[in-house]
Write a protein that binds this ligand. Sequence first.
Ligand code: XMP
Length: 318
Amino acid sequence: SWRMASFIDDAVKDIREQVGDSRVVLGLSGGVDSSVVAALVHRAIGDRLTCVFVNHGLLRKNEAEMVQEIFARNFSMNLCYVDASKRFLDKLAGVADPEQKRKIIGKEFIDVFAEAAREIGAPFLGQGTIYPDILESIPMDGNPAGVIKSHHNVGGLPEDLHFKLVEPLERLFKDEVRVVGRLLGLPSELIDRHPFPGPSLGVRHVGPICRDTLAMLREADAIVTDELIKADWYHKTWQTFAIFVPVKTVGIKNHQRSYDYVIAIRSINSVDAVTAQVVRLPWELLEKMSERIVHEVNGVNRVVYDITAKPPGTIEWE
Ligand code: XMP
């Protein structure tokens, strides 16, 4: 980790040089990458950094409260909370295409930031872009159709946007980002959290996003995480999560015929997110998750387990 310690020194110097006396606005999602970039930029320029936490309506259960609490407690950081959930969900209504969803979420994000930044007067935008984000956004053979997924935090910026980007993590892999975060004194509850995509539950909800089906996914996801932690498996997997599948199947609930949706569970291990292996979670744990989901989540009556490696699958479903 001496290499990461000197990375921090260099990055702090570079950020100070790039930013000068200006201000930086940064989107804090509570994920590993944005938290680490926030801590790094904060070390470099202190209260000339303002973090904006956008609630886009696609957050996990209790996430908005948790992130604000952690940053208020651990840092004296300027933090501005924007509840833009209605705006995002209205824009996403009826949209099923995964790339379309990603583009809408990404564009809305930039717009919300631009508004916040205008008030803050920040010409710089900090972003937690890491190396795999860039790798996977480079068109294969120069053909744009070869893009696997348009990552939320790369490209697609509107032309009228005058932000200059501060992306100090863009040459790091995820495990290196975690080392940097630890060295900067971030708490384990942030650093050792599973990676979470920028478009959040939006790319784990297949098909058009409705508030009621999104609520089913949020509840199922909380159950999966809760049981994973209780069984002491959270830190043994890279990512484990629920996906909403907009397929209705027949089942029995409370001695009655039900016709409800499907939740998929995915659990993978990886070293750099470029490839991933399926985790063989204990059968009892999967059954427990399944029982709780069908019992506690209204509108869901079936749970399936995704056993696809990456490749050919991707980690997220969209
Ligand atoms: P995929 O689904 O491409 O995911 O195999 C690879 C890793 O990246 C995460 N991911 C994202 N992270 N913005 C991010 O910051 C995004 O738009 C995004 N999409 C996927 C995913 O969770 C996995 O760890």
